[in-house]
Design a binder for this molecule. Sequence first.
Ligand code: ZN
Length: 283
Amino acid sequence: MKLSSVIDFLEIFAPPHLAEDWDNVGLLLGDRASDCRSLMTCLTITPDVVEEAVDGSVDLIVAHHPLPFHPLKKITADTVVGSMILKMAKANIAVYSPHTAFDSTANGINQSIAEKLNLEEITAIQIIDGNSPDLSNDIQQSKTDNNQTVPNGVFGVGRMGRLVTPTTCIEICENLKVLFDLKLVQFCGELDAVVTKIGIACGSAGQFLNDAKQMGCDAFITGETNFHTCLESIANRTPMFLLGHYGSERFAVELLAKVLSEEFPQIPIWPSQNESDPIQNVL
Ligand SMILES: [Zn+2]
């Protein structure tokens, strides 16, 4: 199988035009004409992930976070990034990153979080190209070529929706710990406040707190944010739940490995086993 087959699928699953302007998505390293005999997903490429990919003779890493992300003037072993790129190039390992396109696509990370919470009336906090005819063609194309329904629904930044029953923040914290397999959830606000409509933006996305509030959400979930956004959440009376950056996104690269395995059953595909949350909670 050619790498281009996987790339074609990923570009339909998470259309690159959904990515933020500042982002760096798509095939970032490698040759789309080369063979793809095994594939690994991960949240972030680290030296441990590269080691696993080399040991596992992986031809493609689908990494949620782009590498390289910033423009590079040198690729040498003098830096960690340069060293990782050199090792992957030497081992013929390609890198594809869907990043914010995966956050925002119909079956993307934020949609998955909303579905885990069993929200109703799910929609994006900011719609992207909701009625784009090009996008409809992409969707139709994906159904025809891959014989499965890929994106079919909301495209856009973040998600929001109604809880099946109004729920207190303390109950939501407990639910989030179970649903995302977390030891703790960080929280800003009144634990006994009751939430009906909740906004979601995975990763580091505190900048959408006020957008969610303006869209009628009475609480907001993200991975991580800064101290001042926490203060803003209190001042605006919009309770905020922080799952951790890893906690809000890692599950999605495990889901992506499953989606890819169903599409390409002829090759081994797995989520990185070497990857772990770099932050430890010392309680
Ligand atoms: Zn992220």
